[in-house]
Design a protein around this ligand. Structure first.
Ligand SMILES: [Zn+2]
Length: 283
């Protein structure tokens, strides 16, 4: 504890002043100071340079579903910490602090509702929860989301954000790659669309599986999308990579994406796609 804090504790009438940190957001791209309320009202997009900030499930669902109304789907129960893993910290402790920080059970949350009147089940991966990493819980939630979509006869839309597989679960995290792929095949057999929206950042095992298997591949502007990191690739091939490599716009130019959509237009664009792709319900 610093000297100042010790003194402050002893003098009860000095209350902690509301710091500018709570009122202002500094854009990591252009450095502009934005009034936090204004930034949040703009869906966490910088009004000056259009940099898209990372957002979690709550904010995503609020901005996506009609009138911000949706039903959260229950998270499937999975075996926790199956390897009793420990690196510099215990995995169980990492889980505990991620849950405290985000208020979520794990890194993928599903909800159902309507987007411009059209039904959809939507999964959102939260980068704030252990880097959005894919383990047993994320795999199970993905499968549950697909099953809910099949039951509702509507599309499954996933917003990806991940540093990759959850290394604390070893091979079990990698097993989620085929597992989610099989789920997508089931959705396809049911004749229902699977739409991917890649958000910043989508990398590793998630990119190598369900993030790349959409019937339509969307991404938010500026999102980092790749398998291995730029430095790893550069040191392997011993070449300098081009400007903007692994960014959404670069991937669009090189045929890896169908469209890059501004967050403000996402709702309308998704509604249009659902309309095109979902079979009309039998009267
Ligand atoms: Zn900015």
């Amino acid at each position: 504890m610093s000297w100042l804090n010790r003194v402050r504790q002893k003098i009860p009438f000095i209350t902690k002043r509301e710091t500018p940190d709570n009122l202002w957001h500094k854009c990591p791209s252009c450095g502009q100071m934005i009034f936090l309320k204004e930034y949040e009202e703009n869906q966490s997009v910088c009004p000056k340079c259009q940099h898209h900030g990372r957002i979690g499930p709550d904010e995503r669902f609020d901005g996506l579903f009609d009138s911000g109304v949706y039903v959260l789907l229950p998270a499937p129960q999975v075996r926790e910490d199956p390897l009793k893993f420990r690196d510099s910290k215990k995995y169980s402790d990492r889980l505990k602090s991620a849950r405290q920080a985000t208020g979520e059970g794990d890194a993928l949350i599903n909800a159902k509702g309507t987007i411009e009147g059209l039904h959809a089940v939507v999964g959102v991966q939260d980068f704030a929860f252990m880097g959005g990493s894919m383990g047993l819980a994320v795999g199970a939630a993905f499968v549950a989301g697909v099953e809910a979509a099949i039951a509702e006869r509507c599309p499954y839309i996933i917003f990806t954000a991940a540093g990759g597989a959850r290394m604390q679960e070893g091979i079990l995290s990698l097993m989620q790659m085929p597992r989610t792929t099989v789920a997508i095949a089931k959705l396809r057999e049911a004749g229902l669309p699977y739409i991917v929206v890649m958000t910043d950042p989508t990398t590793g095992g998630v990119t190598a599986s369900y993030a790349m298997l959409g019937d339509v591949q969307l991404a938010e502007p500026g999102a980092l999308i790749g398998f291995a990191g730029q430095r790893v690739i550069e040191s392997t091939i011993r070449e300098k990579l081009p400007e903007g490599f692994q960014r959404a716009e670069y991937l669009l130019d090189h045929g890896m994406l169908d469209m890059v959509v501004h967050r403000h237009q996402l709702r309308a664009q998704l509604a249009r796609l659902i309309g095109y792709l979902t079979p009309a319900k039998a009267a």
